[in-house]
Write a protein that binds this ligand. Structure first.
Ligand SMILES: [Zn+2]
Length: 300
């Protein structure tokens, strides 16, 4: 299997503790153990969503030693003062972007991650925060990445946010909560791949998590709507891949990948189909080289 959306620097249990551990060398022992477990359970390719301490960048080397392919954005990019500080680096303007992009290229980023909207607000239905970049800014960023053959991923929720990302030529839509049929048509037309990350909300619902007990009605409603959108996308032939968002609260590494598969099955896609598209589209999403594809074949 391939998991197209994880955060190796986090553990899915205790955000604060993981962030503190992140500043210590021991984090890499924990990560090595996690990566061994991924490999043992047949998950051979991982794509990280970034962290500001560049832990995923170091984890990429450890993964290689453990026979796993881990793709890292080094750092995600977000707009100054908005959501995303633990995921990467803030930008004030395009001048900043050019500077940081140069740095990311030196660090050999595998993909560029842009944070375009906030998170799904569990307290207020349909609130996802403001969009962080204008269409003009985003287009510039995506075009520059394309010039360097770097794939792009957008963390984005809301129909207008997804629409903007697709129009700008982003390769993958991450999360995409509140997406509508209109955006799905556009994605099909432009061959954009969707990674719906059902687990962060779905696991809270299924595990009857106490932490968000008072918000469970909103969470359940959003999760169920997301399941229907995934079903619609599948019927329409929009490409999707498996991405669990493991590391995020309520989604633990390795088990998270299997949780995501189960949520996709719950959305009405046959398990064999989930596995098939997870691998086929995952290979594209992770931009695997010929030798990496050969290696994956050999493992399977
Ligand atoms: Zn994420």
């Amino acid at each position: 299997m391939i998991d197209c959306h994880i955060h190796i620097s986090l553990d899915g249990i205790d955000f604060k503790k993981a962030r503190e551990n992140g500043k210590r060398e021991e984090i890499f022992d924990i990560i090595r153990k996690t990566l061994k477990e991924y490999r043992k359970r047949g998950i051979y390719v991982l794509r990280d969503g970034g962290d500001n301490l560049e832990i995923s960048c170091t984890a990429r080397k450890i993964a290689k030693e453990e026979g796993i392919i881990l793709k890292s954005p080094v750092k995600a990019l977000y707009k100054k003062g908005m959501y995303g500080n633990f995921l990467g680096e803030e930008l004030e303007d395009l001048y900043d972007f050019k500077k940081i992009f140069k740095y990311l290229k030196i660090k050999q980023l595998d993909h560029l991650k842009i944070i375009l909207s906030g998170l799904v607000n569990f307290k207020k239905y349909k609130d996802v925060g403001e969009l962080q970049f204008t269409q003009k800014e985003l287009k510039y960023i995506v075009d520059l990445a394309k010039d360097s053959n770097i794939p792009t991923m957008a963390h984005v929720n809301s129909p207008y946010g997804v629409n903007m990302a697709v129009e700008c030529g982003i390769d993958t839509i991450e999360h995409g909560y509140f997406i509508t049929q209109r955006e799905l048509y556009k994605m099909k037309e432009k061959d954009t791949i969707w990674i719906p990350t059902l687990s962060p909300l779905g696991n809270l619902v299924i595990n009857k998590d106490k932490r968000f007990e008072e918000n469970i009605d909103v969470i359940k409603r959003v999760y169920e709507e997301h399941l229907s959108s995934v079903n619609l996308a599948y019927e329409m032939g929009v490409k999707m891949a498996v991405g669990s968002d493991s590391g995020c609260y309520g989604v633990t590494h390795v088990d998270g990948t299997f949780d995501e598969i189960n949520h996709l099955v719950k959305a009405g896609i046959k398990k064999e189909e989930v596995i098939r598209m997870g691998i086929e589209n995952g290979i594209k999403v992770c931009n695997l080289s010929e030798s990496e594809k050969e290696y994956l074949n050999y493992l399977q």
